[in-house]
Design a protein around this ligand. Structure first.
Ligand code: Q9C
Ligand code: ZN
Length: 334
């Protein structure tokens, strides 16, 4: 299986995230990439497919804000990384606001996703990795892996959040559509609900989104991923949410994945994008599921058994020392 990642993905290194009343060390450390690289062989650097496939999913002003905000932050003489503190929760609309806090808050959903001057390049190349993997699969490969980092599934068309800036899985799915694949499914098996991916395709019937995740009643992102969210308009019925409780082990996860795969089979995709997070692992420092390293081979084999051409995109997983083994275990199932 071809694997894509770019060295600039490691440049993004925020110091802290703000939650639970204070600053704590940022969980999405660049060492995640080094350990995944070490556990996998034959990694390729993606070609640069430019902005067009990113702008097919993301708002242009948002992409510009991601690039401008860290520089405006520095120019304002601010210490540390750029973290928003005010959010337009009511009557959100396009305003051209020059103050960095207003620009940032208008494009963010939380305070755990600081921006640095290197964030844009890391996110951009993570999307390019996803695009290279998609091109390989559209070109006839059975599967390919985008070693994306920072992750993507919490990012929406015009907002960042949950350590995510650009939604690589959405960029991959849209690129497959634009390459002529009529129906694309996304299976999201990160511990957290992929609110950004769901939001981007909420009203679309051509891209099916299924997610298995910790119940948002107890876990981030709280406001999305509840079982009654099924999409709307042309996308009504093309979103499937399967929340699970803390302590979930392989058997219950497998049953949920079987439900998701059945729904995807009924949808009939020409290509599958898997948003894969290893934060479902028993030792993950910010999560509460109990999958083991061998669990991932089992889950992946069941996905592979469905026979759809598959693009795998890396999302979360914060037990850094185990991450390489968990990713290698998942890819072994293919
Ligand atoms: N106790 C992804 O896995 N929660 N994002 C911070 C931790 C944010 C995770 C609080 C988790 C975001 C892609
Ligand atoms: Zn996650």
């Amino acid at each position: 299986m071809r694997i894509f990642t770019h060295p600039l993905q490691a440049a993004h290194r925020p110091r802290d995230e703000f939650h639970n009343g204070g600053l704590t060390p940022y969980a999405d450390v660049p060492e995640r990439l080094a350990l995944m690289r070490a556990a996998l062989g034959g990694i390729e650097t993606p070609p640069d497919a430019g902005m067009a496939p990113i702008l097919a999913v993301h708002d242009a002003a948002y992409c510009q804000a991601l690039q401008d905000v860290p520089h405006l932050w520095c120019a304002a003489g601010r210490p540390g990384d750029a973290i928003p503190y005010a959010f337009p929760v009511a009557r959100r609309r396009a305003l051209s606001l020059s103050r960095v806090d207003a620009l940032l808050g208008a494009h963010a959903m939380d305070t755990v996703t600081p921006l640095t001057v290197d964030s844009w390049a890391a996110a951009y190349w993570s999307s390019q990795s996803a695009l290279a993997a998609t091109a390989a699969v559209v070109g006839g490969d059975r599967s390919a892996f985008a070693l994306s980092r920072p992750p993507g599934h919490h990012a929406g068309r015009d907002y960042c959040g949950g350590y995510c800036h650009l939604n690589h899985a959405a960029v991959a799915a849209q690129a497959a559509r634009d390459a002529g694949v009529a129906r694309v499914a996304i299976l999201d098996i990160d511990y957290h609900h992929g609110n950004g991916t769901q939001d981007i395709f909420w009203e679309r019937g051509d891209v099916f989104y299924a997610s298995i995740h910790a119940d948002p009643a107890t876990d981030f992102p709280f406001y999305w991923g509840h079982a009654d969210e099924v999409g709307a308009d042309g996308g009504a019925g093309a979103t499937l949410n399967l929340p699970l409780p803390h302590g979930t082990t392989l058997d219950a996860f497998r049953a949920a994945q079987a439900t998701a795969l059945d729904a995807i089979a009924r949808f009939g995709p020409g290509l599958l994008v898997v948003s894969f997070g290893a934060d479902t692992w028993e030792g993950d420092p910010i999560s509460r599921f109990a999958l083991t390293t061998p669990s991932y081979t089992t889950l992946a084999a069941e996905i592979a058994g469905c026979g759809w051409p598959t693009v795998i995109v890396m999302e979360g997983g914060y037990a850094v020392e185990a991450l390489g083994h968990n990713v290698a275990s998942f890819l072994a199932g293919f």
